[in-house]
Design a protein around this ligand. Structure first.
Ligand code: ADP
Ligand code: MG
Length: 548
C-alpha cells in the first residue's frame, strides 16, 4: 500500500469485513483459545460442570465437552472449527472431546509464541505435521494389547470414562452393564455403537438401570383389546402401511343403492382382513409396523390376539431386526415364517406416565438397550452421557485391541519422547516440534489444576518418574502425587489419544494457515459480541476495498 491518493478499487460487496495477515491469524488463535479455555475446567475426574441455558430457558448441567460446545451456539468462524474437532472426536470415539479441544487450544497458544519470534506459519505447520506423525508412532509403541477376555480391564475402561461425571457413585454397576452391552452386540471386531440403544427414564434410582436383551420403544400397543404381554413372541416387521391406499387417479364411483355402498365397504374390509391374514398365517403374534395401521385392520389384529404397534421409527425397526433376527418386509404377500423375529416376551409397560413396549429376552441379540434410570431429568441426562462415553470407550478398546493408561501418563511420556526427537532435527522445524511436545503437558497440568492443586511440584515429580521408565506414571488427582495409572485402573482406549492428537494438530495447522478472513455483510452483526475480550480489532465496516 502506498500513500498516493488513488481511487480505491472495491472487490468485495459493501459491508463485507476483511481482516488480513497477522491480525487475522491472531484473531483466529484468540477465538480458538477462548473455546479451549471454556471447556478446560471440566477436564478430568475433578473437573467442574457447566450449566447451559438455551434460548427457551431449558437447562443442561454437564461435564461433557461436546455437549457444552454444541449447546453454546458458537458463532465465530474459527471457534467453530474447534467445535468441529469435538464433534469429530465424538463421532469417531465417543469420548475424549475435552482432551481434543484443550490440546488444540494449547497447540495454537504455543504456535502463537513462535509467531511472536517471527517463525513463519508455514514452518510451524510443517513442524506440527512432523510432530503429529511422530506422536502417533510413539503412542502405538506405548500401548498395551487386550482382548475381549480381559473383562476386568474393560470394566476399568468404562469406569475411567465415567469418573467425575454424574455417574460417579454408581460407576461400578454401570460399567458392568456397559461392558456386557458392548460384548453382546460385538460381531468379532465389528462393533456398531448404534446397536446399543441408550434410553433414559426419570424415576427410580441409578441402581435400577438395567440391560435389556432386546429393544425398548416408546410406543404402546394399538388397542387395549390386544394382549398386553406376549410370551414366545414371533415378530413381523413391516415397513409399509396396513391401510387401503387412496387411488392416485381421481375416480368417480357412482353408488346408487345402499346395497352397492355396503358391497363397496365390504370389499375394503375384505382387503384389510386379507392383509391381517398374511401376517397371522405366517405365524406372527406381534406386528411392528413402520407406517400406519387402519382401524379395521387393528380390529382384526386384536381379534387374532396380535400385539401391534404402528409408526415405529426406521432406526428402531433396524435395531429390532438385529435384536430379534427378523427380516423387515415390504410386501405382505412375501412374509413367511422365516422372516419373523423372536423374543422371549413382548410387553407393554407404563413407566412414569409414559407407555413403552419392551421387546426382550431375545436369543443372542445383536442389538440391545441400556435403560438408564435416575432421580431427576438432569441426573438421568448426565448419566446417559457418561454411559455413552463408557460404551464408546469399551467399543473402541475392543475394536483396536490397544489401550493406554490415563491420568496424564501418556501425554507426559509422549512429550518427553518428542523432545528427544525434536533434538534430532535441525532448523526451525525443531522449534515447532518442541512447541508441540510442550503442548502435550497441558493435559496432566490441567488435571492437577482442576483438582485445586499446584501443578509445579506435581509436574516435576511425574516427569522424574517417567525418566525412570515408569511409563504409566500419572497424576493422582486426589493428592497431587504421582501414581501408576495402569495399576490404579485408570485405563483408556488408545484411539482416544490418537484421534484427539490428530484432529487437534489438523485444526491448529488449518487455523495457522489462514491469513485472510473475508466476511460477508450478513453475518457481521453477529460477530462482535461473540468475540473474546480484546479480540477482533478488525477493519471498520465499509473498508471492503484495498487502497492501491
Ligand atoms: P474428555 O472429554 O477428554 O474425555 P474427561 O473429563 O472425561 O474429558 O477427562 C479425561 C481425562 O481424565 C483423561 O486424561 C483421563 O486419563 C483422566 N482421568 C480419568 N479418570 C482419572 C483418575 N481416576 N485419575 C486421574 N485422571 C483420570
Ligand atoms: Mg471422558
Amino acid at each position: 500500500m502506498t500513500q498516493q491518493q488513488v481511487q480505491p478499487i472495491f472487490i468485495l460487496p459493501e459491508g463485507s469485513q476483511r481482516t488480513l495477515g497477522k491480525e487475522a491469524q491472531r484473531n483466529n488463535i484468540l477465538a480458538a483459545k477462548a473455546v479451549a479455555e471454556t471447556v478446560r475446567t471440566t477436564l478430568g475426574p475433578k473437573g467442574m460442570d457447566k450449566m447451559i441455558v438455551d434460548t427457551l430457558g431449558d437447562v443442561t448441567v454437564t461435564n461433557d465437552g461436546v455437549t457444552i460446545l454444541e449447546d453454546m451456539n458458537i458463532e465465530h468462524p474459527s471457534a467453530k472449527m474447534i467445535v468441529e474437532v469435538a464433534k469429530t472426536q465424538e463421532n469417531e470415539v465417543g469420548d475424549g472431546t475435552t482432551t481434543a479441544v484443550v490440546l488444540a487450544g494449547e497447540l495454537l497458544k504455543n504456535a502463537e509464541e513462535l509467531l511472536d519470534q517471527d517463525v513463519h506459519p508455514a514452518v510451524i505447520s510443517r513442524g506440527y505435521r512432523l510432530a503429529e506423525v511422530k506422536a502417533q508412532e510413539i503412542l502405538n509403541q506405548m500401548a498395551e494389547k487386550i482382548t475381549a477376555n480381559n473383562e476386568d480391564i474393560l470394566k476399568k475402561i468404562a469406569q475411567t470414562a465415567m469418573t467425575g461425571k454424574g455417574a460417579e457413585y454408581s460407576k461400578e454397576s454401570l460399567a458392568a452393564l456397559a461392558v456386557k452391552a458392548v460384548k453382546m452386540v460385538a460381531e468379532d471386531k465389528h462393533i456398531d455403537r448404534d446397536n446399543i440403544k441408550i434410553e433414559k427414564r426419570t424415576g427410580g434410582s441409578v441402581q435400577d438401570s438395567e440391560l435389556i436383551k432386546g429393544i425398548v420403544i416408546d410406543k404402546e400397543r394399538l388397542s387395549p383389546g390386544m394382549p398386553r404381554v406376549i410370551a414366545d413372541a414371533k415378530i413381523a416387521l413391516i415397513d409399509r402401511e396396513i391401510e387401503i391406499k387412496k387411488t392416485e387417479i381421481d375416480a368417480n364411483i357412482q353408488i346408487k343403492t345402499p346395497d352397492q355402498l355396503q358391497g363397496f365397504l365390504d370389499q375394503e374390509e375384505k382387503m384389510l382382513q386379507d392383509m391381517v391374514n398374511y401376517i397371522t398365517s405366517a405365524g406372527a403374534n406381534v406386528l411392528l409396523c413402520q407406517k400406519g395401521i387402519d382401524d379395521v385392520a387393528t380390529h382384526y389384529l386384536a381379534k387374532n390376539g396380535v400385539y401391534a404397534v404402528r409408526r415405529v421409527s426406521e432406526s428402531d425397526m433396524k435395531k429390532i431386526a438385529k435384536a430379534t433376527r427378523a427380516n423387515i418386509i415390504n410386501n405382505l404377500k412375501d412374509l413367511s415364517g422365516n422372516d419373523l423375529g423372536f423374543a422371549g416376551t413382548v410387553e407393554g409397560k407404563k413407566v412414569g406416565d409414559e407407555e413403552f413396549t419392551y421387546i426382550q429376552d431375545c436369543k443372542n441379540p445383536k442389538a440391545v438397550t441400556l435403560l438408564i434410570r435416575g432421580g431427576t431429568e438432569h441426573v438421568t441426562s448426565e448419566i446417559e452421557r457418561a454411559v455413552t462415553d463408557a460404551v464408546g470407550d469399551v467399543a473402541a478398546a475392543l475394536k483396536t485391541g490397544l489401550v493406554v493408561g490415563g491420568a496424564g501418563s501418556p501425554e507426559i511420556e509422549l512429550s518427553m519422547s518428542m523432545k528427544k526427537y525434536a533434538n534430532s532435527l535441525s532448523g526451525r522445524e525443531q522449534l515447532a516440534v518442541m512447541a508441540f511436545a510442550n503442548a502435550m503437558e497441558v493435559i496432566p497440568r490441567t488435571l492437577v489444576e482442576n483438582a485445586g492443586l499446584d501443578p509445579i511440584d506435581s509436574m516435576a515429580d511425574i516427569k522424574a518418574a517417567h525418566s525412570k521408565k515408569q511409563k504409566w506414571a500419572g497424576i493422582d488427582v486426589f493428592t497431587g502425587k504421582v501414581m501408576d495409572a495402569w495399576k490404579r485402573g485408570v485405563i483408556e482406549p488408545l484411539n482416544i489419544k490418537t484421534q484427539a492428537i490428530s484432529s487437534a494438530a489438523e485444526v491448529s495447522v488449518m487455523v495457522l494457515r489462514i491469513d485472510d478472513v473475508i466476511q460477508s455483510a450478513s453475518s457481521n452483526d453477529q460477530m462482535p459480541q461473540q468475540m473474546p475480550p480484546g479480540g477482533m480489532g478488525g477493519m471498520p465496516p465499509g473498508m471492503g476495498g484495498m487502497g492501491m
